[in-house]
Design a binder for this molecule. Structure first.
Ligand SMILES: Cc1ncc(COP(=O)(O)O)c(C=O)c1O
Length: 428
């Protein structure tokens, strides 16, 4: 354990102290200071994560699973130690159930390509919910289009919750795959994921959970959730970009062919005989892995564990409930969905008569970073009848004072270029 991470254990959870451990925030000398409220898009990186990456490159860097020299063996050991950290952090049964990918998008595409193409044929059904991010929608849409299968969408009510009766009806008795978000990236709705997975499995579907927005906000227990696959990205959980996790149940992973083929996947290869591949996870991790990324991810998960999931949840809850209460007091502001029901760090709002980009631009003038638009989920925004939302998303370093700044700034926002000239324009 590093000195920095040890200190986290021994103090109370003070966002200002935590903020100090994030160089990008600590070194921000603007006045007012940057209020970074776009954590659902990506989180900032704490010093222990940066230290772990630097230390890996500064002391151990070598290729893994290949070199029969001390450095190569040490790098391989670091990779496998990090895999074990991830395994424990998400409650996986064994380290081999953890497959490293480039992120959630890569993980979902992997499952759609290697499992989906085997399972889904003409006339079959794949079920998604109406709140999916494009990364957990388009791989299934393409699969269905290519296979001549039907993509069935379980509807989402105005309060942002999946209609469970509709979800069951969509599954019917023969859906091949059910793919659903654990937490909505647009409204922060937490789906009853264990119940949904159980229902989908009862109907015989392979289950895929997009955990991209869940892992930074709650302790995840993939064994208890029971899905065949659970995916997430390191960069949304205070780790580095370009690395992510596909958790797969051992029995399911064992049946998957390689996603990509190449170095590190093969047991025996010759021109005369059929190629034989090694067991997962290596079979699904072709080529040189991002070892430093994996090490950074393990450091991020350790950092969060040391702060404590209960504290993180209480902090989340307090910020979301305060934000909802304060924002609903403002004229023109509407909170979309019901983020205070089971807070998960996201509050999405609209302002009457104002395009979300004008609001986002105005907040930026006050040094407040939020995301505005359709959040890569235009189909969900369509069903809500909205051009877009302004999404305020919290992390462990955010404070109530930052919520006050948002409210103050919202009082003075006026129609600008987007509201006047392009009131219905959207970008993804
Ligand atoms: C719910 C959800 N799924 C998937 C993704 C895609 O994640 P990545 O771009 O890290 O692959 C995101 C990113 O915003 C997300 O919020």
């Amino acid at each position: 354990m590093t000195e920095t991470s040890k200190s986290v254990l021994t103090r109370s959870f003070m966002p200002a102290t935590i903020r100090n451990e994030f160089p990008l925030l600590r070194n921000n000398s603007e006045s007012p200071a940057l209020a970074y409220l776009d954590n659902a898009a990506t989180t900032q990186k704490p010093q222990p994560v940066l230290d772990a990456i630097m230390s890996y490159y500064g002391t151990v860097n070598s290729n893994v699973g290949r070199g029969y020299h001390r450095l190569g063996l040490a790098a391989t050991e670091r990779l496998e130690q990090a895999r074990a950290v991830v395994q424990r952090a998400i409650g996986a049964a064994r380290p081999e159930e953890v497959v490293f990918t480039r992120g959630t998008t890569d993980a979902v595409n992997l499952v759609a390509e290697v499992a989906g193409r085997r399972l889904v044929g003409r006339g079959d059904r794949v079920v998604v919910t109406g709140m999916e991010h494009n990364s957990n929608l388009l791989p299934w849409r393409r699969l269905c289009d290519d296979a001549g299968a039907q993509l069935v969408v379980a509807s989402v009510a105005a309060d942002g919750r999946v209609d469970m009766a509709d979800f069951s009806a969509a599954l019917g008795s023969g859906a091949r795959i059910a793919a659903m978000a654990h937490v909505s990236n647009v409204l922060g709705t937490v789906n009853p994921i264990t119940e949904m997975v159980a229902e989908a499995r009862r109907c015989g579907a392979l289950t895929v959970v997009d955990g991209a927005q869940a892992v930074a906000h709650r302790a995840i227990d993939v064994a208890a959730i029971g899905a065949d696959f659970y995916c997430f990205s390191a960069h949304k959980v205070y780790g580095p970009m370009g690395i992510g996790v596909l958790h797969g149940r051992s029995e399911v992973l064992a049946e998957l062919p390689p996603y990509q083929v190449g170095g590190g996947t093969v047991k025996a290869v010759s021109f005369a005989e059929p190629v034989s591949y090694i067991a997962p996870p290596a079979r699904l991790e072709a080529g040189t892995p991002d070892v430093a990324g994996v090490v950074g991810l393990a450091a991020a998960l350790t950092y969060l564990e040391e702060i404590g999931w209960e504290r993180i949840r209480r902090h989340d809850e307090s910020l979301v409930r305060t934000a909802v209460a304060r924002l609903t007091e403002l004229d023109r502001v509407r909170v979309v969905g019901d983020p205070a029901y089971d807070p998960s760090g996201i509050v999405s709002i609209t302002l009457d008569g104002l395009h979300p980009y004008d609001v986002g631009g105005h907040l930026d003038q006050h040094n407040i970073a939020v995301r505005c638009g359709v959040h890569c989920a235009s189909t969900f925004l369509d069903s809500l009848g909205l051009v877009g939302t302004v999404r305020i998303s919290f992390g462990i370093y955010n404070t109530e004072e930052e919520i006050s700044r948002v409210c103050e700034a919202l009082r003075t926002v006026r129609p600008g270029f987007w509201t006047r000239e392009h009131p219905t324009t959207r970008f993804l």
